[in-house]
Design a binder for this molecule. Sequence first.
Ligand SMILES: Nc1ncnc2c1ncn2[C@@H]1O[C@H](COP(=O)(O)OP(=O)(O)OP(=O)(O)O)[C@@H](O)[C@H]1O
Length: 249
Amino acid sequence: MLELRDVQVIFDGFRALDGVDLTVPEGELRFLIGPNGAGKTTLIDVITGLTRPAAGSVRFGGADLVGRKEHEIVRMGVGRTFQTSVVFEALTVIENLDLAATFRKPLWSLTRRRDGVSEAVEEALARTGLEELAERSAGVLSHGQRQWLEIGMLLAQRPKLLLLDEPVAGMSKDERERTGELLTEIADDHTVIVVEHDMDFLRRHASVVTVLHEGKVLVEGSVDEVSADPRVQEVYLGRRAGDAVGNRP
Ligand SMILES: Nc1ncnc2c1ncn2[C@@H]1O[C@H](COP(=O)(O)OP(=O)(O)OP(=O)(O)O)[C@@H](O)[C@H]1O
């Protein structure tokens, strides 16, 4: 479903991605890890059209994404979260979802009543478990609830592929657990790629992990395979043995 071949990204002579091959089949929950500067965000930027690769191909559902505009790629069914929040605090949870679902429509659509919201919004609300908070302003949400709202805002756009950048950063243990379940549920009918550093979280929720290092795919496999791999341990050298993979300092 998503296929990157020999992708190169060069910033002022520096190879941020240096021949990346990546295949993510439909319906997979794939985790992407790697030390700081490995190229994880750049990889997501290439898939979403924010950064154009110097060479290589990015195919999604059979279509080539290279050279397409970001909004075009969104329309083709690719959604992403950013590290910075896109939630409007003064709007309610449901208004945020509605805005995300109708973001190309005029602002007056915001004045629609709850019973007028689209099926996509209702589904996103149910999926993320935010029904009870639907009419609350987003500004009062806990950190975890806000992250779920952001995921809901993506779902409301009905993407086929979701790219999530560190969705559990700063979350409590319970919130992480709930997020892991949510990601697994979402992967029932979407393809999901998650950039995540938390090794405990990976052990609990990841099946396939891709490790990036210096702009290349270093290893791909199960969490156990990846964390036992000497090349991966070497990349993370200097960290405690138990944290060999993925934990930030
Ligand atoms: N616009 C840019 N111009 C120049 N260099 C860049 C640019 N964007 C990223 N880089 C460099 O490319 C490399 C890869 O960056 P990237 O942000 O993709 O890494 P990352 O794996 O996401 O790291 P982190 O875990 O710190 O977010 C880094 O060395 C970064 O400094």
